[in-house]
Design a protein around this ligand. Structure first.
Ligand code: PMM
Length: 263
């Protein structure tokens, strides 16, 4: 059964919800709300990765996320920490996080993979070709599906070489990261092949730009959430272990209906 990872962005500038949950109490309340709505785990992040975003100092990132991680973990809620910084991963796991979600696949911080090996927690490795400020400049592919797979396999090999057990590894095609419009659909078509590598697969399409390319620029959040539910259900059918979403109920219902079809 595909899990739902609810998104808790404690940032001033994430593209669809930036600034709404910067106050830790508001973020915590929102996280518990997502949990009640059916999120299996919550992904807490303090640095926006939206295209063009600037990096945030790890100290600031930690001030944002640690109170939220602690409040959720102390109530027994499974938490993942969305970070590219090893120091933040270490502090968040110390505060109770059980999964490190690194969209850069360990590339942004050379200390990340060794740190996670020491922590003995799960790690999600995203497909990534460079920081948000320059990621579209690197969106050149001959065969995007094949290249995403090959580059993720390199990140898995680096993680295993750093001492991370293969059973702890999750891979993510990095939808929207260094990929334009159609390249995202090609990456999603490669999900069965990605799953065949033998690792759990995480997919994050929620509210992303490539959905608006299909729906039209005037599509509001509700329409993007519906599109997210459809892509998440299709990702589930393609074998995804978890889908990362902002709006839990639409995707929860879509997954339930898709599961009924499968049964
Ligand atoms: N996308 C964003 C942030 N973190 N993590 C994973 N594993 N996969 C993703 O696709 C992903 C992520 C960007 O989206 P947001 O700014 O709406 O959180």
């Amino acid at each position: 059964m595909t899990l739902i990872m609810g998104i808790v962005n404690v940032t001033p500038d994430s593209f669809s919800d930036g600034g709404r949950y910067l106050d830790p109490d508001v973020a915590i309340a929102h996280a518990f709300f997502l949990r009640e709505q059916g999120a299996d785990l919550l992904d807490v992040g303090g640095e926006s990765t939206r295209p063009g975003a600037d990096r945030v100092a790890p100290r600031v990132e930690q001030q944002r996320v640690l109170p939220v991680v602690e409040a959720l973990a102390s109530e027994g809620v499974p938490v993942s920490i969305d970070t590219m910084n090893a120091a933040t991963a270490v502090a968040a796991v110390d505060a109770g996080a059980c999964l490190v979600n690194d969209v850069s696949g360990g590339l942004a911080d050379p200390d990340m993979l060794a740190a996670v090996a020491d922590l003995q927690v799960d790690i999600a490795l995203g497909h990534w070709r460079g920081p948000s400020s320059e990621m579209y400049a690197r969106a050149e592919y001959a065969d995007v599906g094949r290249e995403v797979l090959a580059e993720l396999q390199e990140r898995v090999a680096a993680a295993v070489a750093a001492g991370i057990s293969p059973a702890r590894i999750v891979v993510d095609p990095g939808i929207g990261f260094g990929k334009r419009g159609e390249q995202n659909w090609q990456s999603l078509r490669a999900l069965p092949a990605l799953g065949a590598l033998g690792y759990r697969v995480l997919v994050g399409t929620s509210r992303k730009r490539f959905l608006a390319d299909v729906l039209g620029d005037d599509a509001d959040l509700a329409r993007r959430d519906l599109a997210t539910a459809v892509t998440s259900a299709l990702a589930a059918r393609a074998g995804a272990w978890a889908v990362r979403v902002h709006d839990v109920p639409t995707t929860r219902d879509a997954l339930a209906v898709a599961r009924a079809w499968e049964a």
